[in-house]
Design a protein around this ligand. Structure first.
Ligand code: ACM
Length: 546
């Protein structure tokens, strides 16, 4: 039963088991009441047992569950002891207790993940075991792109549950892009009235001739966001919102054309005078104009964003900002001169630097994709290293915090096998084993720079994932391997025991089944998971490591 994922630091198994019965109680000590509430809710649903409130950890006749803070444990560390006195989970904080509760759920078997009992007569047992465990990294992230394809709120809440089940704790919420603006901003209603939908959508890679000829859209109200943030907090997950500037902004420009480079916009690829929310994929040349008006507008956006998201880090994107419009726009060129800047890269750096200072004055910190290093990075800013390790290494050496999410390793939109039946195959083959052997800290990084690696993150870009089942297919089972990389102190990649991971995955697939996750089966896609005739863009060979 101890086929746990992610693998704990120390497991000492004993013979015997704790049986949960109708008499079992659940005690939650001071500061762990929230975890108690969560655990009682999910276990009542799955088992049908009442799990009445216990008054102290050991008033349980050896058949109960106790939760409490434990002295001397690190903030996310926990110790789970299942023995003749029952099950006791102690953590250095409520978060540690919560991760221990996740382990307990795994120990109960796959049906502990169901929403209602499937067999009321069965026994529920926790094997006698002592587990001591703590995460390798404080940032164990998942980025979800809800801009290219919208994921309704219920789906987002479900992903937070799936993250929690894998001990992931940072949800990077990619809320805006060329193809959609997904968060209601009260002072700028057109961002969602106009920017949250498009009339049709490219089906497949951008070179595909196919279109989904129906409107696509959706957005989260501010109460939806508050609910998502609170739901995440109950699961000890921080939501880091991303509002992308100055590139990936076409949906915003479609809503408020004055945000764009109006003196050159018709000379670009739009083919018309007014921009619309983009219906295809790639990198749009339509980027924000470097005006005071744009800065004030986005300050207004970020003011509302700060009110919604308590996260210390606020992601401002900063990636793939094509400079073509700035090069040919007389207004942008005049702005470069007026600001005394060297070139368009410096203009991008000025733009990001403005928001780094603005956020820091409000007690927050900016994080951006590694392009924010170009032209100089603002003090205190952190970097999501996506184009490889290089940006992250440079940033860490310069004393900046880094989240390692290199596209060569942890972009889950990339295909996971080389078969012709992979749905809309994109990029390089990155198998379950490849992800299992991903190492977030590049070798050779000195100790002080390595300490700057806050952790790692898997990214899910949804251009070719039109619904939740497609997201599940790309995310799983690889997210389970990723979770182990982020949580467990694994040896160097070549020494990792993938056979052992595979053995534990056999049990984990049963948990994913109970959770209703539409993962890619090891034998390949099921017929309805294929997308015959929809062109992707598979790339050959090993991914280039930058
Ligand atoms: C990115 O993949 N453009 C961050």
């Amino acid at each position: 039963m101890t086929e746990l994922i992610p693998r704990p630091r120390d497991v000492v198994a004993d013979s015997g088991e704790v049986r949960l019965t109708a008499h079992s109680r659940l005690y939650a000590g001071s500061a762990t009441e929230g975890v108690g509430h969560w655990l009682r809710t999910v276990l009542r649903e799955a088992t049908g047992l009442p799990l009445r409130e216990g008054r102290e950890p050991d008033d349980t006749d050896g058949d109960g569950i106790g939760l409490r803070l434990g002295p001397g444990l690190g903030p996310e560390e926990y110790r789970l002891v299942s023995d003749r006195s029952g099950v006791l989970i102690e953590g250095g904080s409520a978060a540690g207790v919560f991760w221990g509760a996740q382990t307990l759920r795994q120990l109960l078997g796959p049906d502990a993940y169901r929403r209602a009992p499937v067999n009321r007569g069965r026994t529920w047992a926790v094997p006698h075991v002592t587990i001591e465990d703590s995460p390798r990294f404080p940032w164990r992230g998942l980025m979800l792109d809800v801009a290219r394809h919208f994921m309704p709120k219920e789906g987002v809440l479900r992903y937070l549950d799936l993250m929690a089940a894998h001990k992931l704790n940072v949800f990077h919420f990619h809320l805006t892009d060329d193809q959609g603006w997904r968060v209601r901003i009260e002072r700028y209603p057109r961002l969602t009235e106009v920017g949250s939908w498009r009339t049709r959508t490219k089906f497949g890679h951008r070179a595909s001739p196919l279109w989904e000829e129906k409107p696509h859209g959706g957005f989260y109200t501010q109460d939806d966001i508050r609910e998502i943030v609170a739901y995440a907090a109950e699961r000890h997950i921080t939501v880091v919102p991303e509002i992308d500037v100055p590139g990936h902004s076409q949906a915003a420009i479609a809503a408020y054309p004055e945000l764009g480079n109006t003196d050159v916009i018709t000379a670009s690829v739009t083919g018309g005078t007014a921009l619309s929310v983009w219906d295809s994929w790639g990198i749009s040349p339509n980027v924000l104009a470097p005006t005071d008006n744009t800065l004030r507008f986005y300050e207004g956006v970020f003011e509302e964003v700060l009110g919604l998201f308590p996260s210390e880090f606020i992601h401002v994107g900063g990636d793939e900002c094509l400079k073509d419009q700035w090069r040919v726009s007389p207004a942008a060129q005049a702005r470069i001169k007026e600001l005394g800047l060297a070139d368009e890269d410096a203009l991008q750096s000025w733009f990001i630097g403005h928001f780094a200072k603005w956020l820091s004055a409000r007690g927050r910190r900016l994080i951006g994709w590694d392009e924010i290093l170009e032209g100089g990075i603002a003090e205190g800013a952190a970097v999501s290293s996506w184009r490889g390790y290089g940006g992250g290494i440079a940033a860490a050496r310069a004393g900046h915090d880094v989240v390692m999410c290199p596209e060569q390793h942890v972009y889950l939109d990339h295909r996971q096998a080389d078969g012709a039946d992979e749905p809309v195959p994109i990029g390089y083959v990155r198998t379950l084993e490849d992800v299992y052997r991903f190492e977030p800290v590049p070798p050779g990084l000195d100790v002080s720079a390595a300490r700057r690696i806050l952790g790692t993150q898997a990214n899910i870009w949804t251009e070719v994932m039109e619904d939740q089942a497609r997201v599940d297919y790309q995310a799983f089972p690889r997210l389970a391997a990723f979770a182990e990389v982020a949580w467990s102190a694994l040896p160097a990649p070549a020494d990792r025991d993938f056979a052992d991971f595979g053995r534990r995955m056999s049990a984990h697939y049963r948990r994913l089944d109970a959770l209703g996750v539409a993962y890619r089966p090891p034998s390949g896609p099921l017929p309805w998971q294929r997308r015959p005739g929809v062109p992707g863009r598979p790339l050959d060979g090993p991914p280039p490591n930058r």
